[in-house]
Structures are given as structure tokens and as C-alpha cells.
Design a protein around this ligand. Structure first.
Ligand SMILES: Nc1nc(=O)c2c([nH]1)NC[C@@H]1CN(c3ccc(C(=O)N[C@@H](CCC(=O)O)C(=O)O)cc3)C=[N+]21
Length: 289
């Protein structure tokens, strides 16, 4: 039997349709939700993602703008812009596209964003709130994954969950959300000694390591839910230029109970939850929640 495919693209579209009326209500009350995306440098992949974010906002009636800087810009200039946006009442969400060039202190930049406009959920205050089980802004990728569990009617309570990857933007917040949902959580990484030992007893596997086809069918328990957070652009071979996840999709499709594709899985959900967080920020400001 092949796995049920959780269609992130379709779920993203459905959720975005539902956001429209909230945006209309906010706009009518003079609080049209506004997101600013700051991009430093000219990484082509980042440019695509940033464009998708801005267009995603505009398509549902939100305000959105992109501010771009040359890769050589000094940190002070960006910090000054963030301070300006923190004070701008028309802006509810501020996102600084990562990674930043090497001469930046990423943590310092993220902490400069006002915690109530931190729609990425990367500010220490918001990370702390999530860790304590009282989230203010949930990081968009793991938030999107939780929505996919909901869509697939995956009950997390008491389940064995394995997260592969321990980054601040995906692995760690994903583990916290699963813990908060009552799962038994193991966090692995690329150096885990016997990865298969862990994955083969997991009801849920979330792959976020950044290695193409790292998770293979033989590592998965029959019927498990497999979530692929990887976005790897293949450099060479017959599929050069194509997007590939951290999961060997064809191999896992035959074993898993449910699986997410790449593209069309977690990626579109990430952008959708960014819109959700920005709308939520505007609703808080408008006193609607
Ligand atoms: N501050 C910050 N916040 C982020 O959320 C953030 C970031 N920095 N830096 C980079 C990563 C990456 N990321 C993606 C979002 C959507 C897709 C997406 O929509 N992918 C499409 C395919 C797009 C394509 O063709 O390249 C899909 O999977 O179907 C991918 C990647 C957000 N990130």
C-alpha cells in the first residue's frame, strides 16, 4: 500500500482563502496587515522565497514590501531600518531573510526586531514563550508542519516522534511543539550514531537535516508519518537543478502511512503560516484577540 500524500500546496491555498475575510475585517478597521521582508545580498534562492512571501501577502489583500541591501551593507544600516519599522504603525510583521552575510551578527539583528512584530518567532522572548508552552509567534515552518498533522488527522499524544535536525529555525521549535502536543520526542542530527535505531521505532519522522534523500525507506516503520522539511537544489546528476527533500520520497512512499512531497509540501505551508502570524499580529494590535 502506498502512503497518503499530505498536499501542502492545496492546504496552503485553502488556509489562504480563509485568511481573506480576516484581512478584510482588519482593513475596514484601519489595521490592514503589513509585512516587511528585508533581504541582504543577492542569493537567487532567497530572492525567489522573498518574492513568494511578498506576493502571498498581496494576493490576500495584505500590504507587503521588500527592502533589499547590497551584501556589503553594514549592520548599523540594517539595525536602523529595523528600528524605524518597529515604530511604524502600518507594519505588523518584520522578517529578515536568513542566512545573513558573514559579517553580520545574526542574533543581534533578530533581537533588534520588536518581539510583537517578530512573525518568524525567532526572538529570544518568543522562543522562551514557546518553550514554556505559551507561544506568541510559532516559527513558520514547524507551525506549518503542525497544520499538516491536523490535516492528516495525526494524533500526536503519546506517539514516538523523531526530529532529525536541531536548528533554531526548524528542528528545535519542531521538537518543542511536539513535546507540547504530548509526543515522546527524540532529536537526532547528522552525527547521531545509529539513526535507523531511532527512526525505525518512530510513529512520526520529521526530516530537517539539509541532506538530499537522507531518510530512506528501510529506516521507516510501516505506517509512520514522514514529514520532509528539506529543500535541496540538486547540483549535478540527471536531476541537476531540481528540488529534492531530505527524504527518499519514492522509497518511503511504499512504507509510510502518510508523507509530504517536495516541492508542494512544507514549503508552501511555511509561507502560509508567515501570513497567519502577520494577520495575528495585526489582530492583536487592533484588539481583536
Ligand atoms: N527569516 C527567514 N524566515 C524563513 O522562513 C526562511 C528564511 N529566513 N530563509 C530561508 C528559508 C527557506 N524558506 C522557504 C520558504 C518557502 C519555500 C517554498 O515555498 N518552496 C516551494 C518551492 C519553491 C522553489 O521552487 O524553489 C515548495 O517547496 O513547494 C521554500 C523555502 C523560508 N525560509
Amino acid at each position: 500500500m502506498t502512503a497518503h500524500i499530505i498536499d501542502g500546496k492545496a492546504l496552503a491555498e485553502e488556509l489562504r482563502q480563509g485568511f481573506k475575510s480576516r484581512v478584510e475585517t482588519l482593513t475596514a478597521k484601519g489595521h490592514k496587515p503589513g509585512l516587511v521582508v528585508i533581504l541582504v545580498g543577492e542569493d537567487p534562492a532567497s530572492q525567489v522565497y522573498v518574492k513568494n512571501k511578498v506576493n502571498g501577502c498581496l494576493a490576500i489583500g495584505m500590504h507587503s514590501e521588500k527592502i533589499t541591501y547590497d551584501a556589503a551593507v553594514d549592520q548599523e544600516t540594517v539595525l536602523k531600518k529595523i528600528a524605524e519599522l518597529n515604530a511604524d504603525p502600518a507594519i505588523h510583521g518584520i522578517l529578515v531573510q536568513l542566512p545573513l552575510p558573514k559579517h553580520f551578527d545574526e542574533e543581534k539583528v533578530l533581537e533588534a526586531i520588536s518581539a510583537d512584530k517578530d512573525v518568524d518567532g525567532f526572538h529570544a522572548e518568543n522562543v522562551g514563550a514557546l518553550a514554556q508552552g505559551n507561544p506568541r509567534f510559532i516559527p513558520c515552518t514547524p507551525y506549518g508542519v503542525m497544520k499538516m498533522f491536523e490535516q492528516g488527522k495525526v494524533d500526536l499524544n503519546g506517539k514516538e516522534a523523531v526530529v532529525i535536525g536541531r536548528s533554531n529555525i526548524v528542528g528545535k521549535p519542531m521538537a518543542l511543539l511536539l513535546i507540547n502536543a504530548g509526543a515522546t520526542v527524540t532529536v537526532c542530527n547528522s552525527r547521531t550514531r545509529d539513526l535507523k535505531f531511532h527512526t525505525s521505532r518512530a510513529d512520526i519522522v520529521v526530516a530537517a537535516v539539509g541532506k538530499p534523500k537522507f531518510v530512506t525507506g528501510d529506516m521507516i516503520k510501516p505506517g509512520a508519518v514522514v514529514i520532509d522539511v528539506g529543500i535541496n537544489r540538486l547540483q549535478d546528476g540527471p536531476d541537476a537543478g531540481k528540488l529534492c527533500g531530505d527524504v527518499d520520497y519514492a522509497g518511503c512512499l511504499e512504507v509510510a502511512g502518510q508523507i509530504t512531497p517536495v516541492p508542494g509540501g512544507v514549503g508552501p505551508m511555511t509561507i502560509t503560516m508567515l501570513l497567519a502570524n502577520t494577520i495575528e499580529a495585526a489582530e492583536r494590535k487592533a484588539g481583536l484577540r
